[in-house]
Ligand binder design. Structure first.
Ligand SMILES: NC(=O)c1ccc[n+]([C@@H]2O[C@H](COP(=O)([O-])OP(=O)(O)OC[C@H]3O[C@@H](n4cnc5c(N)ncnc54)[C@H](O)[C@@H]3O)[C@@H](O)[C@H]2O)c1
Length: 391
């Protein structure tokens, strides 16, 4: 259903948990560029074409929370993602963005949710009429098992929920009527949370953004599958030197990310890689390497077999930029969320599997071809639902 405020919106408001991190600050600069010189950003988005004609506001604003109290514009140098020319012209407006200090973690979960809801109200007053979307960009967290909680009351009463920082933010977002983008590997999409989203008619997209190495892995794995070339082993190594890389050196925090990067290969190929050896020969390693900062590098060595089982090998070397690959995906996802909310879609949206390592929802598309087709079909469905002229 199109509400008046939503249909008259002239901008999208990204309400970000972790707004001063490498991706958050890149988004803030990208949003400023989008407002002042949109042609520097729009060609890098997948939704510029896909959602054309669906009344998606071009302008974006950034608000949110971060435990880091350094002024946002002072963080560009330490993150080392963007050259000065891309943020310095907007330094004053970047400094004034409403990025708040979150409530203390020792407060009860319910109390934190209340305070975050009040924060969201104040952020929305700052940008009246904007379509607000919550984006989770908190650091990767250890796995929390909250599957036994089947009601909000049980969740509020479970002591282990207090340690899962992301929960308070997602609950506050849903209670405030915001769709959710979970770009982190953290398992926010508990049945209870997706049910809450469905109850409130809000879409959710997650989880774990598929930005660089894993994006190309899906493309290549789909190509091997289409040609019936048998993958015998796949060795993936990543080096990165940003805060995310440092955080991922904690094995408990890296567990979900490694699992997400690993499991999708067997799922795409529909056989367990390494079966003839009696062990998985798909290996994924992440190493923190400070000299590289955000400019991550990834190597893949793929051993595969062709006709008569004769062996061949492929090497791939990606010299990427973590946050430069991530920020446009977050912008795309926020644009999708505003459209999907207007169509009345709610809960996890598996058709957005193109953007994620571990897409949530029933039967997400797995191969690259299916993921691209699913996006195109979803856009067509939105056109039909919204009665767009572009249908
Ligand atoms: N860059 C990529 O390509 C990529 C791909 C997939 C997933 N991700 C995930 O996206 C997330 C963000 O990545 P990043 O590189 O921006 O990380 P980052 O470490 O640079 O940023 C995280 C931010 O969260 C803040 N923070 C920590 N605890 C907080 C709290 N309780 N409340 C509010 N803020 C808090 C930190 O101060 C920091 O500014 C990570 O979970 C990462 O694994 C990144």
């Amino acid at each position: 259903m199109k509400s008046n405020v939503e249909s008259q919106a002239t901008s999208i408001l990204l309400v970000i948990a972790g707004a001063k991190g490498a991706i958050g600050t890149t988004l803030a600069a990208a949003a400023a560029n989008l407002c002042h010189r949109p042609q520097t950003i729009l060609p890098s988005l997948t939704t510029t074409e896909l959602l054309h004609g669906l009344d998606v506001p071009v302008r974006m604003h950034v608000a949110g929370w971060d435990v880091n109290t350094t002024a946002l514009d002072d963080l560009f140098s330490s993150h080392g993602v963007l050259p000065e020319a891309l943020w310095r012209p907007f330094a004053d407006e970047l400094r004034r963005l409403p990025v708040l200090t979150p409530p203390q973690e020792n407060l009860l979960l319910e109390e934190r949710v209340k305070r975050l809801c009040a924060d969201i109200r104040s952020m929305r007053r700052h940008y009246p009429g904007a379509r607000a979307v919550f984006v989770n960009l908190l650091p990767a967290a250890p796995v929390s098992d909250l599957s036994a909680c089947t009601s909000l009351e049980a969740l509020y009463g479970d002591p282990s929920s207090a340690a899962f920082t992301d929960l308070a933010y997602v609950l506050a977002a849903l209670q405030s009527g915001l769709p959710v983008v979970n770009f982190t590997p953290n398992d926010l999409e508990l049945p209870l949370i997706t049910a809450e989203a469905a109850k409130r008619q809000l879409p959710m997209a997650g989880c774990d953004g598929k930005t660089g190495q894993t994006y190309f892995k899906v493309v290549l794995a789909s190509a091997f599958k289409a040609r019936n070339l048998a993958v015998d082993g796949w060795y993936s190594l990543n080096i990165l030197g940003n805060a995310d890389g440092k955080n991922l050196m904690d094995p408990e925090r890296a567990a979900c990310k490694i699992a997400n990067k690993t499991e999708l290969l067997d799922e795409i190929l529909e056989y367990p890689v390494g079966k003839p050896y009696g062990c998985c020969t798909h290996k994924v390693h992440i190493a923190y390497y400070p000299p590289r900062g955000d400019a991550k590098e990834a190597w893949d060595v793929i051993d595969f077999k062709g006709l008569f089982g004769l062996p061949m090998s492929l090497r791939l070397n990606l010299q990427g930029r973590d946050s430069i690959l991530a920020a446009p995906l977050v912008m795309d996802l926020a644009r999708w969320m505003t459209v999907l909310k207007r169509t009345g879609r709610s809960g996890s949206i598996p058709e957005l599997g193109f953007y994620f390592k571990r897409p949530k929802g029933p039967n997400p598309p797995l191969t690259f071809q299916d993921q691209v087709r699913a996006l195109q079909r979803l856009a067509q469905q939105c056109r039909r639902d919204l009665g767009s002229d572009a249908a």
